[in-house]
Design a protein around this ligand. Sequence first.
Ligand code: DOR
Ligand code: ZN
Length: 428
Amino acid sequence: MSKTLIRGAKVLGGEALDVLVDGETVAAVGAGLDADGARVVEAEGQILLPGLVDLHTHLREPGREDSETVLTGTRAAASGGYTAVHAMANTFPVADTAGVVEQVWRLGRESGYCDVQPVGAVTVGLEGKQLAELGAMHDSAASVRVFSDDGKCVDDAVIMRRALEYVKAFDGVIAQHAQEPRLTEGAQMNEGTVSAELGLGGWPAVAEESIIARDVLLAAHVGSRVHICHLSTAGSVEIVRWAKSKGWNVTAEVTPHHLLLTDELVRSYDPVYKVNPPLRTEADVTALREALADGTIDCVATDHAPHPHEDKDCEWGAAAMGMVGLETALSVVQHTMVETGLLDWAGVADRMSFRPAAIGRLAGHGRPVSAGEPANLVLVDPSYRGAVDSARFASRSRNTPYQGRELPGRVTHTFLRGRATVMDGKLV
Ligand code: DOR
Ligand code: ZN
């Protein structure tokens, strides 16, 4: 395999250095490295980060290939600077058996754009009634370590307790979609002044917070790991902060859209803003940004939720929930966290690569940029400014809330084990 010399990039936003990639590995990091026949990527002014890792991606295959496939989703991931994604289990059929997770894992291997780590369902059919074959999924070729009924909450406390007990044996983690079902029946958006004015069913913060409170207590009781998906309220932040202060094994993620958008946007009745959990208030956005900055929230996860045009181009009440996110995540984080001074680029590497890889116990990703490490890398041009154009997305779906909006930064190159998946801003 060929050599690549990345010349003059600011490694994790720090010193400008050269990085020599030989085959699948970083061979050397230093000043004034000899090109010695290597292909040279001039990266002056650009930021070099470890390849991004997403803990929360909906790839839709099997079953909803009209929204996304493993191939189109991993192409979108590479475009966004990701080298590994965790594929959520709410497919058709549900990824609740060794057979289905192995199928997704195999499709990921064939794609070649990004590693795909399947997430297994916690319960059979995401029905919340009976534990799925967690052990068999872990022991399968996909070696599943993250389990989630995402899209639905594991609301039965006994099932949640048993799941936490079960995965403890192999250091697995339950990723909870925290949504008390009775409190959110018929809910259409955040419960607050905007929902009252619009007359739409509200989704109270307490529906999220009560489940998080219960689950951190259960995780502590069992001595197991729980991960909270897509935190969206200031109160959720307080509970996670408290659980961490106790030394409990609790981690949490926030989506890019919850770092930027608020429920005021629902006044447009544009279903592109319909998402689960819902967009909240300005005060929530501020709390989430601060929590990501101080490490209370461990990582950014996209909740990339592709939907076909017909499921979004309809009236608010009938529209599907979710938005695509892989191709805009890094730009939104630059805008909301870096350009506000809340996080430096080393912090971005931590929250978008090191920590999500560690939570997923993912080998070969979220590694330092240093000699001997797998060459999973992304180069970002932070000076770029441009309007988001969903027509250029690699994703099969177009349901972005940022269409036409100017966001900073652009992924120019992504390397998966030394092979460029994106070069000069284009998929290879
Ligand atoms: O908005 C969402 N969409 N939230 C979820 O939890 C699931 C996701 C989906 O699968 O579409
Ligand atoms: Zn979810």
